[in-house]
Design a protein. Structure first.
Length: 138
């Protein structure tokens, strides 16, 4: 039985200190896994491998009962956690890009907050045009 499997069994038994022992043993492999996952993402990804490792680790050993059969099972669960984090991140970015929780409104049915003062706007435009022509004509 590997050290990782032994620690995973201790975590399953509820030994709180075991989670502190696990990360140093699996960190480098998780970081390589995260880098591999991120290499398949489109350019401009703001999530870094270190952040992905930490988020996945928190999901894996956080609250709730966890049970892994062995080291391999743990890394499969880690890969799945990373995939879900990347999908959630992509959904959040897409939502924000598309306006988040804002509603689309047809402007033809909206009352605008300005008064209809077209004559004033035309007069202002003509005045600005005269000023502009006066500067260029000198």
């Amino acid at each position: 039985m590997s050290d990782v499997t032994r620690i995973l069994n201790a975590i399953e038994r509820g030994e709180a200190k075991a989670t502190d022992e696990l990360l140093p043993l699996v960190y480098e492999e998780l970081r390589l896994l995260a880098a591999q996952k991120l290499s398949h993402e489109p350019p401009g990804q703001t999530l870094q491998a270190t952040a992905l490792v930490h988020e996945a680790y928190l999901r894996l050993v956080g609250d709730g009962p966890r049970s892994w059969e062995n080291r391999g099972h743990f890394f499969v669960a880690a890969a799945e956690a990373m995939r879900r984090i990347l999908v959630d991140n992509a959904r959040r970015k897409k939502s924000l890009k598309r306006g988040g929780d804002r509603r689309r409104v047809d402007l033809s049915v909206v009352d605008l907050a300005i008064e209809k003062r077209g004559d004033d706007l035309i007069a202002l435009d003509e005045a600005l045009a005269r000023l502009s022509n006066g500067r260029h004509g000198s």
